[in-house]
Design a protein around this ligand. Structure first.
Ligand SMILES: C[S@@+](CC[C@H](N)C(=O)[O-])C[C@H]1O[C@@H](n2cnc3c(N)ncnc32)[C@H](O)[C@@H]1O
Length: 365
């Protein structure tokens, strides 16, 4: 028997957990107000910073003090005089110039809109009620067409998109290099960065990206930005019911399966398998909870929690369950790999028996 003891609960650790949401609020407010941008040129005291960001000086002084106290800002003490601790100047902590100044190429402030979205904030408040009920209280929920959050989500990749897309391209490279013009479907594409990265790496590939119309506005923008518009087409609709315009050499289902319970996910995979050309492949990407030490699967457990509050029956399926879903959909695993230290897996598979592409395309919700 293996035990994975959590760190001891102390008054201090309890207090930190109770206060954690305030630190999140401080970060969100500092980014929204433009505090990090205003400090990009160098340290400023509170009155000058209030002037620069157009905020109330007293209120901003309090926010800055709390941000510095919780490690979100550096202080440079004693260089300016002023009442109510106004003598401190505030400065960017290490790393903030890269990650929190909006002109930086590594800017990660967009992630606030995704990770600290208003709906999630609200929904987490009702977590106990969600657990009593057994699923989301949201209407619409994350699987519905009018769940507008996905449009924000598609504005940028997540912290794992780049590494996972690179792994997917790597795991299909030898096979895809032998194809004259690989035809790819990126289903539930969001930003479409998985299909777009494949297209970038394979100059003859053509991609179809499927998602809701509003989300595809963002995917189109990414395709243009990457200079790939001439090889990327879009299918507005529902992955379970809309015509998929097959056949394809490669179908990508990235971070789609966790939104659905096992049976529904299997139905989706079966439908996608039906539009594969003979010799074609299907790739899934997703966080999985695999029964390891919970702390090692931290991000996957939190993703599962997110699926719990936002979908009727989704969760971060284990790798084992994903394999069974693939097998039940008539697909045989070819490769699987964990993406770096994160509990994210890229799995590639091929049909167990060659299908007549397109013939099985139907509705399987
Ligand atoms: C978690 S995001 C994944 C986006 C992207 N593939 C990625 O890996 O980052 C889920 C995406 O699936 C889309 N989606 C959810 N249900 C869908 C459905 N039934 N048909 C088409 N797209 C759907 C959402 O609009 C959203 O863009």
């Amino acid at each position: 028997m293996t035990t994975h003891p959590a760190p001891a609960v102390t008054r201090q650790s309890l207090l930190e957990t109770l206060q954690a949401f305030k630190r999140t609020s401080l970060l969100r407010a500092a980014v929204e107000l433009g505090v990090y941008d205003a400090l990009a040129a160098g340290p400023l005291d509170a009155p000058r910073l209030a002037d620069a960001v157009g905020a109330d000086p007293r209120a901003l002084r309090i926010l800055l003090g709390a941000a510095a106290a919780t490690g979100l800002l550096d202080t440079v003490t004693g260089t300016v005089t002023g009442g109510d601790h106004g003598g401190d100047r505030y400065a960017l902590p290490e790393g903030a110039a890269d990650l929190l100044v909006s002109t930086s190429p590594q800017y990660a402030g967009h992630a606030l809109k995704v990770n600290v979205s208003d709906w999630e904030w609200e929904a987490m408040r009702d977590l106990a009620a969600v657990v009593r009920k057994g699923g989301t209280l949201l209407a619409p929920d994350a699987t519905d067409e009018d769940f507008t959050y996905w449009t924000d989500f598609a504005a940028d990749g997540t912290f794992v998109t780049r590494a996972a897309a690179a792994a997917l391209v790597e795991d299909t490279r030898a096979w895809a290099t032998g194809l004259r013009q690989p035809r790819v479907l990126d289903v539930g594409c969001g930003h479409a960065l998985f299909g777009l990265e494949f297209a970038r790496q394979h100059p003859h590939a053509v991609v179809r990206a499927l998602d809701r119309p509003d989300v595809l506005v963002q995917a189109r923008a990414h395709a243009e930005r990457m200079g790939l518009s001439d090889r990327v087409g879009f299918i507005e609709g529902d992955a379970f019911t809309t015509g998929l315009d097959g056949p394809y050499d490669l179908v990508i289902a990235a971070n789609m399966l966790p939104m659905f319970p096992r049976d529904q996910g299997t139905g989706l995979l079966r439908r996608l398998a039906g539009v594969l050309r003979p010799g074609g492949r299907l790739a899934t990407v997703g966080f999985s909870v695999d029964g390891g030490p919970p702390a090692d699967e931290h991000a996957a457990h939190l993703l599962s929690l997110l699926m719990l509050i936002s979908t009727p029956g989704g969760e971060a399926h284990s790798l084992e369950t994903t394999r069974r879903m693939l097998a039940d959909a008539g697909l045989a695993e070819l490769s699987s790999r964990r993406v770096g230290p994160l509990p994210v897996h890229v799995v590639t598979a091929e049909p167990l028996v060659a299908t007549t592409a397109g013939l099985q395309e139907g509705t399987s919700r």
